[in-house]
Structure formats: C-alpha cells, structure tokens
Design a protein around this ligand. Sequence first.
Ligand SMILES: Cc1cc2nc3c(=O)[nH]c(=O)nc-3n(C[C@H](O)[C@H](O)[C@H](O)COP(=O)(O)OP(=O)(O)OC[C@H]3O[C@@H](n4cnc5c(N)ncnc54)[C@H](O)[C@@H]3O)c2cc1C
Length: 340
Amino acid sequence: MLPTLHEQFSLRELNSFGVDARARFFCRVCGADELAALAAEPKLADLPRLVLGGGSNLLLTRDFDGLVIKVEVPGLHELGEADGTWHVEVGAGENWHATVGRLLAIERPGLENLALIPGNCGAAPIQNIGAYGLELAERFDSLLAWDFEARQQVRMSATECDFGYRDSAFKQGLAGRRVVLSITLALPRQWQPVAGYADVEHELKARGIGQPGARDIFDAVVTIRRRKLPDPATTGNAGSFFKNPIVTREEHRALIAHHPSLVGYPLPGGRVKLAAGWLIDAAGLKGATRGRAGVYEKQALVLVNRGGATGAEILALAREVQDKVAEKFGLWLEPEPVIV
Ligand SMILES: Cc1cc2nc3c(=O)[nH]c(=O)nc-3n(C[C@H](O)[C@H](O)[C@H](O)COP(=O)(O)OP(=O)(O)OC[C@H]3O[C@@H](n4cnc5c(N)ncnc54)[C@H](O)[C@@H]3O)c2cc1C
C-alpha cells in the first residue's frame, strides 16, 4: 500500500543539526510492500530520493526537490548461531544505541564500543559506523535491502557492502537506490573486550576495573562520549564532521618535522591516521563562530549549529575549515556526513 505522502514537509525535527529544510514529498515506511508501492507510483517516478534514518549524519543545505523516505522498519530477532557467532536481525528503524543496550541485556555483547552513536540500525552500514577501536564491519553478517531499480529485495554480504573507513558501497553509488530494511549482526560467542583504545583504557583504569566485562565498556564509552560530544538535543551537530586523513609513512615524517606535536595513529601497513580535530585546532579554528555556525569548543572535529543556522552557513564554515587546514598542512579534509 502506498504510504501517506506529505508535501512540502519540514525536516527540521528529523536532522540532528536542527536545520530547517523542506522535502517536496515525505513519507514513512515500515516494510518492502510500501517501497514497492512507491516504486510503482508514476508521480514519483523521476524524482530524486533521499533515505532517512535518525538524520544524525546528514547536512541539509537546501530544500529537497524529491521524495524523502523515512525508514521505520521495526523488530529484533535472534536467528541462532553460525561460525562461532550469534546472528541477530534488527529492523532498520530500530534506534542503534537502544539496540546495543537490548543486546547486552539478553547477553549478546559485542557492540558496546559503539554505544551512544545516534541514529538507527539501517544507517549503521552506510558509513560502517565506528568508535573506540571497533567498526560495524567486525560484527556484521549481511543486510536486506529494497532495490528501486530491480524492484525487489536483495541480500548483501559484507563483501558486497564493500566496507571501508566510514565508507561503504552505499556512499559510493547505491544512495537513493537501495533502502536497508534490516541488518543481520554477527556477535561473538567467545566475547573478548576491545579495550585498547586510550580513552577507554584510561576510563576503566580511573574506575579501578582491570578485567572489564561488556557492561563496563558500555558504561565507560557512554561516560566518555557524554563528556566529549555535544548532545544534539541541545546543540545541533552531526558528530565528527570530517574523516581523519590517512597519510603514508613518508608524508607523516615530513609533517612531523614541521609539526612535532601532530597527533597520529599508526595503521597496519605503515600508513598513519591523523587526528583531524588536532589539525583544525592547530589551524586556529577550535571554538570559532561564523554567523550561527561554529566549531565546537571541546572537540574541533565537530561543527555545531549555535541556534538557527542554515545548512549553507554550516557548509560555508566547513569549507573554511578545509581551506585553512589545506593551507597549513597541505591536506584536504573529507566530510563525514552526507551533504544534500
Ligand atoms: C553526537 C554524534 C556523535 C556521533 N558519533 C559517531 C561515531 O562515533 N561513529 C560514527 O560512525 N558515527 C557517528 N555519528 C554519526 C551518525 O550517528 C552515524 O553515522 C549514524 O549511523 C547515522 O544514523 P542515522 O539513522 O541518523 O542516519 P541518517 O543521518 O538518517 O542517514 C545517514 C546516511 O545514511 C543513509 N541511510 C539512512 N538510513 C538508511 C537506510 N535504511 N537505507 C539506506 N540508506 C540509509 C542516508 O540516506 C544518509 O546518506 C555521530 C553523530 C552525532 C550527532
């Protein structure tokens, strides 16, 4: 059945930047039948589509002259065990953090490092969410999606999703074409803590915990995140606005020679991931305000809406950050959120 279509619908409450932009058409979907009906609707046939979850990784810079589909597929089902992992299927519309908590409560740990990441489960594979030493790809089996071109459901393995650092096939070309309906997680039966990340290590030490359980890591991650990141409920933001740039060993050496305190993390294979927040801070932009947009005081990687900012204002600030970092370090920062 065709879902109710709203025209000229305000998306202000549906994006974590709190930016006001309108969708020409907007609807909520709970399953593939509704997507099939949308695909068959002639008046929508040639319109661009934007798929929406919790709106926490999105910068809307203008009204969207097309169809916005908010995915609200519910459900959480245990599928059993395979290859040393518990398989759990979760509807795309389920809130990510609540799902991490629910799984812990039924003794299916493995996602605790990714606690408190805003947004919904359907968006988790889109940029292969990651935090505190873990990425979704390490706990992922497959997903079920609706394909608007084939007009049918398709299952995609991790290989087909082509996960990378804050990247997947969805960011490369499947955006608007495939809508994630559910994801199937693969959670380790033999759980081991992932507690080597410096912030997590320090927090656990401060709490006097030597051998952490999954709940300890969950609590530590939640505490760290609350301390460091602005809450979108009070300050509009999309988390990290830029990816951490990755450079070769030689490039890193050359940069360190000029900037000895440069923060970087070695990667397998000799490359180095640089802390984009450090670069922005060193470019003199931490805490900067331009109109109603700003660079967050406590973490320069986060751009914030200081109240009533337009998407264009936030984008202009992002461009300034890119230009100043490029000028000082010769590095171009790639945005992490999807810019529409
Ligand atoms: C305070 C804060 C902290 C954050 N911290 C992190 C972090 O630590 N690590 C991290 O990786 N991210 C982080 N993020 C970014 C964001 O929370 C994640 O990327 C999250 O997965 C986005 O989910 P969402 O449902 O809000 O997606 P949306 O913003 O709604 O959508 C993001 C992208 O996914 C697409 N999409 C959404 N749902 C679907 C679907 N069902 N099918 C197909 N495409 C879809 C959209 O079209 C869009 O391109 C943070 C954001 C905030 C505000």
